[in-house]
Design a protein around this ligand. Structure first.
Ligand SMILES: [Cu+2]
Length: 169
């Protein structure tokens, strides 16, 4: 089951790479920025991107997008069958390393969305790096995503209570 899950995520992620555009600040290059469309009631949505760091160790400290009232950096952790979301203060970007924010792992969470995210549209996302500074990328909105991936519904404040069973339709 875990293998199937991982394979589906790779297929979903690679579907967007054809639209790749790159954005660069200092030694940081961001590519493959995409978000998932949201269904009507979803109050939040995730953005994913690839960060290549050609220089010394840096950190992603914050992200900001106008599509929601606030934007947070999140990760997923697995505890048995339960997938939980956790807010993180920063995302480490080791020297000469590429870090992918992808479904099931690190992601940028746009909370309290002002409107549903619609497939085919895009929005600017400002990223703040500790050393490289600020960089604005354009996030393309893709499909809602594979069925086995968790719905990123943060309408309940306690993220530790979010698990996969609640996202099944
Ligand atoms: Cu999240």
């Amino acid at each position: 089951m875990k293998t199937l899950f991982a394979a589906a995520l790779i297929v979903a992620a690679s579907a967007f790479s054809a639209h790749a555009a790159d954005w660069t600040v200092g030694s940081i290059t961001v590519s493959d920025a995409f978000a998932r469309a949201t269904a009507g009631k979803a109050s939040s949505g995730g953005s994913f991107l690839t960060i290549k760091n050609d220089g010394e160790a840096d950190r992603l400290l914050a992200a900001s997008a106008d599509v929601g009232a606030k934007t947070e950096l999140h990760t997923h952790i697995h505890e048995g069958d339960v997938m939980k979301m956790r807010q993180v203060d920063s995302i480490e970007l080791p020297a000469k390393t590429t870090v992918a924010l992808k479904p099931g792992g690190y992601h940028v969470m746009m909370m309290q969305l002002k409107a549903p995210l619609k497939k085919g549209e895009s929005f600017p996302l400002e990223l703040t790096f500790e050393k490289a500074g600020k960089l604005t990328v354009e996030v393309t909105i893709g499909g809602i995503g594979a069925k086995m991936s968790p719905e990123m519904d943060h309408s309940k404040m306690d993220h530790s209570k979010i698990d996969k069973s609640k996202s099944q339709k």
